[in-house]
Design a protein around this ligand. Structure first.
Ligand code: SF4
Length: 696
């Protein structure tokens, strides 16, 4: 609890970016001109990265010294004092709510916020604002996998085993994940498996850096992941790989799934997915003969209007093979955002209360209301999901004000042009961020916030391991933590108590609020995290060791059994046609993170990946008369986006790819489809119909 690492120079903390939450040490030394020089070294005591970092992590120190940093609140573009800015926001909130009711003010959070911030944001919305209108950008990230895991296992802990278990597997199927670019140290675990003779199977429309290292690449048509999973399961059963003992002892519902699969014979699946039957059969053989095997999904399989059913189909496959809840095997979602796991547990989600509780469950409401000292009747019910919330902004029935923390939806939301119009109709937009992101640039009030290494807090990585981010450097004067912002606003709105700005105090309350819930943190303390290099939830008591593998003794369902759920393939929400004859799929590149608000301001990362590009197959390039390096315009029914042509045999000839890190004319999300999954409310980021034009 000294706030210092146990060994090595500098303060032990974690990377500001992705869900791997690589451990790093930070040292700050004074440099001429009053500047600080930051040096970063990887920690080897955190298993996720074990001494490795990616380019983003190595250069993260530049975020702390970046000249683009905001250090003064802005009200309508003019510098203001903190008191004036917070007074102004509180006054506008009071007036808007007096005129239109509590739900006229909405809150939008982020999957990169610490657990403490996510928790306090949810409480702030429900207690200080009394609004039901809160959701967060994690809805765009992992919500389909979360919904499918809850359906099958009764609980969503994205990866229900330590990441180091991967190395001991004999076969891994990874559907729609490109960790070689998004989180490179993850590849060490896959490589360790392959060095032992284990086999990697990757399903992806592109021969990504990850797919290149695979033993088998299933290069499916975008939007057909669900059909692929059904085909694999059909073959697994037909070829005798179903684990009948496991199915009988640990699951329910298999017969209904077996029956529903009759229609998904392999040749039909080949016609839909473009994946040869022989390849599907080989994938099933590798998984079915493995002693230990894992099925993983990433955004490629999840970000669809049928994402929940797609993940369910992959979970059905894993269950039929007898993997989940078995030592060394399982199903996992590889979460993306820094606190993608913790961000979905503490109540910044529209349908949720802390402890991963459901907001419409009377017992959950009673427990949380008691911790918050409010009447359960006063707690608002579920609100709109992220895209539905953005889509309603400024409409007659929708919110008139939006408070946004740690998110840049003008770049990261689907159908971004439409979202920009909706945001333009708000009466009040407040954005807390470290830099003037594209969304912050549109705000009535901009609040300059502290960042990762300038404040303490906990993050829960993709394994469900709760980690401590320690303050390593002093923040510049003028910035404030989001906790202090919420505390200051709550006080002005008549709640002087209950909103501490000290992360430890917030964490202690979070522990009480989560007690007895699915994501139980009550036994986790800052001291334990520091002493134990992280603690896995659920951890219901201080003498409880934490739960690295929660399903070994049974699933979190009432009968302890995992549930097979029959699902069917259906076409993408928007299919290709004469006017829009190509599929677009989007994703990330090594040098940038999410909307790029941070990484597009880091010199070496900009050098490594300076601009948006459009990847297309040589046959398609020839057909369109396109040469590598020329500017292309991609057009969908929702907008246009431009990028430089990158001609590559790594992509299907019927598909183009754009990374989504850039803004304005280069923003891939101008094109994407906001069709939503009926269960998770996940938009269909990963497939829509486009045409490609040469820019004259
Ligand atoms: Fe690790 Fe992700 Fe940071 Fe890269 S971006 S150093 S993979 S946490």
């Amino acid at each position: 609890g000294s706030g210092r690492a146990d060994s090595g120079a500098g303060t032990a903390t974690h990377c500001p970016y992705c869900a791997l939450q690589c451990g790093m040490r930070i040292s700050a030394t004074a440099a001429p001109g009053g500047r600080q020089e930051i040096s970063i070294t990887p920690r080897d005591d955190i298993p996720a990265n074990a001494g490795g970092l990616c380019q983003k992590g190595w250069t993260a120190g530049e975020l702390l010294t970046n000249g683009a940093r905001l250090t003064t609140p802005l009200v309508h573009g003019e510098p203001a004092t903190w008191d004036d800015a917070l007074d102004y926001i509180a006054e506008r909130i009071r007036r808007i709510q007096a005129e239109h009711g509590p739900d006229a003010v909405a809150v939008f959070g982020g999957g990169g916020l610490t657990n403490e911030k996510a928790y306090l944001l949810g409480k702030f919305a429900r207690v200080a604002l009394r609004t039901s209108q809160i959701d967060y950008n994690g809805r765009f990230c992992m919500s389909s996998a979360a919904a499918a895991s809850i359906r099958a296992f009764g609980m969503d802990r994205g990866m229900p085993f330590p990441i180091t278990d991967l190395a001991a597997a004999d076969a891994v199927l990874f559907a729609g994940g490109n960790v070689a670019e998004t989180m490179p140290p993850f590849v060490r675990h896959l490589n360790a498996m392959r060095e032992r003779g284990g086999r990697l199977i990757v399903a992806d429309p592109r021969l990504t850096a990850t797919a290149k290292s695979a033993d088998l690449h299933l290069q499916l048509t975008p939007g057909t992941d669900l059909a692929l999973a059904l085909g694999l399961l059909h073959i697994a059963i037909a070829d005798g790989y179903a684990d009948e003992d496991y199915i009988a002892a640990r699951t329910t519902g298999f017969e209904a799934v077996r029956t529903s699969l009759a229609a998904w014979w392999p040749e039909r699946v080949e016609r839909i997915t473009g994946v040869p039957v022989a390849q599907m059969r080989e994938a099933v053989r590798l998984l079915g003969t493995a002693r230990r095997a894992m099925v993983l999904t990433g955004r490629g399989a999840e970000q669809h209007a049928k994402g929940t059913d797609t993940v369910t189909a992959f979970i059905n496959l894993a269950l039929a093979l007898g993997l989940p809840g078995t030592e060394g095997s399982g199903y996992a979602c590889v979460t993306g955002q820094g606190n993608g796991q913790g961000g979905r547990e503490h109540g910044q989600k529209a349908d949720q209360l802390p402890g991963y509780r459901k907001i419409d469950d009377p017992a959950a409401r009673a427990h949380v209301a008691a911790v918050w000292g409010v009447d359960p009747e006063e707690l608002p019910g579920p609100g709109r999901s992220a895209y539905e919330l953005l889509d309603a902004l400024g409409t007659p029935a929708g919110p008139k004000a939006l408070l946004l923390f740690g998110s840049n939806p003008l770049v990261s939301a689907p159908r971004a042009g439409h979202v920009a119009e909706r945001i333009g109709d708000l009466e009040l937009l407040v954005v807390s961020d470290l830099v003037l992101s594209e969304t912050a640039a549109r705000a009535d009030v901009v609040l300059p916030s502290t960042q990762w290494a300038e404040e303490s807090g906990t993050m829960t990585n993709l394994e469900g391991r709760v980690l401590l981010r320690r303050r390593a450097v002093a923040p510049p004067s003028g910035v404030r933590s989001d906790l202090a912002v919420l505390s200051g606003l709550a006080g002005r709105l008549g709640h002087p108590d209950g909103f501490p700005d000290d992360p430890r105090a917030v964490f202690d309350e979070l522990r009480r609020a989560s007690a007895g819930g699915v994501a139980d943190y009550s036994g986790i303390t800052y001291e334990r995290i520091a002493a134990e290099t992280g603690v896995f939830w659920p951890c219901p008591a201080e003498d409880h060791p934490g739960t690295p593998r929660p399903f070994l003794d049974g699933f979190a369902t009432p009968d302890g059994r995992a549930r097979f759920v029959p699902v069917d393939h259906r076409p993408a929400a928007e299919d290709i046609d004469e006017d829009y004859p190509l599929y677009l799929t989007t994703g990330r590149v090594l040098a940038h993170y999410q909307s790029g608000a941070q990484t597009r301001r880091i010199g070496p990362l900009v050098q490594a990946a300076p601009e948006a590009y459009v990847e297309l197959h040589p046959d398609l390039a020839e057909r369109l008369g396109v040469t590598a390096g020329e500017r292309l315009r991609v057009v969908s029914r929702r907008g246009t986006a431009e990028g430089v042509a990158r001609v590559s045999g790594a992509i299907r000839a019927d598909t183009v790819f754009m990374p989504f890190h850039w803004a304005g004319r280069a923003s891939a999300n101008q094109l994407t489809n906001a069709a939503l999954d009926p269960t998770s409310r996940m938009p269909e980021f990963k497939v829509c119909a486009v045409r490609v034009e040469r820019v004259a």
